[in-house]
Design a binder for this molecule. Structure first.
Ligand SMILES: Nc1ncnc2c1ncn2[C@@H]1O[C@H](COP(=O)(O)OP(=O)(O)OP(=O)(O)O)[C@@H](O)[C@H]1O
Ligand SMILES: [Mg+2]
Length: 403
């Protein structure tokens, strides 16, 4: 869809809203636990309020209460619409639609096999194969790849004006960028073809070697049989898998796709996010939004405020007396010692928040020097589990306020 025909184009206001008006896919990525799922849902909800777009957020493993708020708990790959009444209840009128789905790795693998298997019998044999069941459940790259695969599928169907995709927590945030390429390599690899060429004889031949004899003793003859069957069955799907994985990979670099990198200002995520931004640039992938989440207010780092906090910890008795005199009647009987203790503790807490906030400011300055930070989102007082919270975050992200 071109920007001019997009239902989002006319209504776009901030530069970031204009950017989203010209994109069809936003991939939320970043280190673990920084707020990827929250931010992905937040911008999807906010775009659906501000423009007449049909928006899908494809989430991965959202916290239970957020899943309930989006209506995706237990529904897997099937998208469902978040009722516009839920937006009215959150105090806004929606111009567009918000749809949500949850990534179901097993369901997605099965759909992929159904598409590429030469016939229904082969597909059924693959589904029943224990090696396949293990691979789809635990194969290291399986989750990362399938997230991109689902995105490709949904985008190709063309049902939505904008798809915001969340990505799974990975050991390394770069994993999923390379997942389509690795998947293509895996299925195209000479090793696999060698293994299955005269498959039965080769594996049966291997079975006589000591390693396999041990495997056989531990795991049973059934295991080798399952491995042989798995590679034989998959042989019929290699070409389909390779070209599919290549197509999925090229969607990442498509002009209609942009990345939203989310991070916090803790040291480890900040370093990983910087590395990730560089990796996107290396691969010529478009980084449209760099969102720094859970930022403490600048006022906490204000040296004057920190000086006040430190002063509160000194001379507690005199301050406690003054405060006691000002306390409402019911508390006037509290001991000076107790009031002094509370004051000192408040001072200490403020001072340590001040320290963290100053460190955050330094990291933010370093990050901004290397990359354009498009928005900072404050650390909210509680977890974000409803539309109201999502819309508050979405507003920060789309209006591009950098505090
Ligand atoms: N700005 C914020 N203020 C307060 N809490 C937040 C904020 N952003 C996210 N959270 C909370 O932080 C927690 C982690 O957020 P979220 O699940 O979105 O992270 P994630 O990056 O998707 O994690 P994972 O890598 O495990 O998938 C959640 O409890 C969420 O409600
Ligand atoms: Mg998440």
């Amino acid at each position: 869809m071109s920007a001019s025909s997009s239902p989002r184009a006319g209504a776009a206001r901030s530069p970031l809203e204009r950017l989203l008006g010209s994109r069809e896919v936003v991939i939320a990525c970043g280190p673990g636990g920084v707020g990827k799922t929250t931010t992905a849902a937040a911008i999807a909800a906010t775009v659906s309020v501000r423009t007449a777009a049909k928006v899908l957020v494809l989430t991965v493993d959202p916290a239970r209460r957020l899943a309930d708020a989006l209506g995706v708990a237990g529904i897997g790959n099937t998208a469902s619409q978040v009722p516009s009444a839920a937006f009215s209840a959150a105090g806004v009128r929606q111009k567009g639609e918000l749809w949500a789905a949850m990534l179901d790795t097993k369901q997605s693998w099965d759909a992929l096999v159904s598409r590429h298997a030469p016939d229904a019998t082969t597909a059924a044999q693959i589904f029943a194969n224990p090696i396949y069941q293990n691979i789809t459940g635990r194969f290291a790259q399986s989750h990362e790849y399938i997230a991109m695969e689902r995105l490709y599928e949904i985008h190709a169907e063309g049902t939505y004006d904008l798809v915001v995709v969340d990505t799974p927590p990975t050991r390394d945030a770069l994993d999923f960028l390379d997942a389509p390429g690795r998947m293509a390599d895996f299925f195209a690899s000479g090793l696999l073809r060698w293994l299955v060429a005269p498959a039965r004889s080769r594996l049966v031949g291997l079975a006589s070697r000591p390693f396999y004899q041990v495997v056989d003793r531990i795991l049973g003859t059934q295991f080798l049989g399952d491995v042989t069957e798995f590679f034989l069955l998959f042989q019929s799907m290699y070409d389909g898998f390779v070209s599919r994985a290549q197509a999925v990979g090229s969607l990442l670099g498509d002009a209609r796709t942009t990345f939203m990198l989310v991070t916090t200002l803790e040291t480890v995520p900040a370093v990983e996010a910087t590395r990730f931004a560089a990796a996107l640039a290396d691969r010529r992938l478009h980084l449209g939004l760099l969102v720094v989440n859970k930022v403490l207010p600048a006022s906490l780092a204000d040296p004057e405020a920190v000086a006040v906090a430190e002063a509160l910890q000194g001379e507690p008795a005199a301050r406690a007396r003054a405060l006691l005199a000002a306390l409402p009647g019911g508390l006037a009987g509290s001991s000076e010692e107790m009031v002094a203790r509370v004051l000192a503790e408040i001072g200490r807490s403020f001072a340590s928040f001040g320290l963290v906030a100053s460190r955050q400011r330094e990291l933010l300055a370093e990050m901004s020097a290397a990359h354009e930070v498009t928005a900072t989102v404050p650390h909210l007082a509680s977890d974000v589990v409803d539309l109201r919270g999502l819309l508050a975050i979405g507003r920060h992200v789309l209006e591009g306020s950098v505090d």
